[in-house]
Design a protein around this ligand. Structure first.
Ligand SMILES: [Zn+2]
Length: 289
């Protein structure tokens, strides 16, 4: 069901005009915009971040390995998904992989930055419905079988409000797929440049997810095998004034390939059912109670 963000009426049908108050979302560049005041600039991310991401995502072991982990999880835990929403889909890099993992599902992507959606539209080539939205006010109730937000919650002050909104937008029994950066002690300039509000403590995300009305399906760290290297890198580079955050994602090709191996070790361990106690990121899968 659709949900009017003005009067909170719930309604179905293909038309976004609210039958109760007559309100309707704006459109920016042909895309429905539910939070147009935040579409060009906000405190969640730099306005040009999606351009940078679009250039380097496919060349980065981290993004490739995370996609394989996410699609593994979706195929294994949520194969029956008929309607997927990815929140914070940015350039559509994750969304296109999820769309391949769920070839028969309705694929929906939202992003707070209208400019990210231009890249996503190119990448998804009509496969996905895309709209601009603020995750703290989701215009749906009981609509989706699966909601994904991959490295998104750490950009948002009120992450617990987002989880409540996700809960309402999911159908009962619907799935949740989340990744976040972990360990406050790994905080560095790259978190600041990325406008992160926090890195999560061990157990923090699953606690918030349960409080929002979900049952936990999986709760594990990843980027675990690489953690010692990550610590070393933070200790040696993270405090330099001339720190170049992009350098982390534009490594020589041989090194990028090599770093993919420990990420694969994590993925295969998680696939076997292991929960990794510590690592640079956290993966939580849950179901709406
Ligand atoms: Zn209304």
């Amino acid at each position: 069901m659709k949900r009017c963000l003005t009067c909170l009426a719930e309604f179905s049908g293909s038309n976004w005009g609210c039958p109760q108050c007559g309100g309707a979302p704006h459109a920016i560049g042909g895309v429905l915009a539910f939070a147009p005041e935040l579409a060009l600039e906000n405190d969640g991310m730099a306005p040009d971040a999606h351009h940078t991401l679009d250039q380097m995502q496919h060349r980065s072991f981290w993004f490739r390995a995370r996609n394989r982990l996410l699609t593994d999880m979706v195929r294994h835990y949520f194969p029956q998904t008929k309607a997927l929403l990815e929140i914070g889909c940015g350039t559509g890099y994750v969304l296109s992989a999820l769309a391949q993992a769920l070839p028969h599902a309705r694929i929906v992507g939202s992003e707070i930055y209208a400019n990210g959606l231009d890249y996503a539209a190119q990448r998804l080539e009509g496969r996905a419905e895309l709209f601009q939205m603020d995750a703290t006010a989701i215009p749906f109730t009981d609509e989706f079988d699966l909601i994904a937000a991959c490295d998104v919650l750490e950009h948002i002050d009120d992450d617990e409000q987002v989880l409540l909104e996700m809960h309402r937008a999911l159908r009962p029994g619907g799935g949740l797929l989340l990744t976040v950066p972990q360990h406050p002690f790994l905080w560095s300039q790259s978190d600041e440049i990325a406008f992160h509000k926090r890195r999560y403590r061990i157990g923090e995300l699953s606690r918030k997810v349960r409080q929002a009305g979900f049952d936990i399906v999986r709760d594990t760290s990843f980027v675990s095998t690489l953690l010692p290297l990550l610590v070393l890198q933070r200790l040696t580079q993270g405090r330099r004034d001339d720190y170049d955050a992009d350098a982390e994602f534009s490594l020589p090709a041989w090194l990028d390939r090599m770093l993919e191996i420990p990420m694969e070790v994590d993925r295969l361990s998680i696939r076997l059912g292991l929960s990794l106690p510590t690592g640079g990121s956290r993966l939580v899968l849950a179901r709406r109670r």
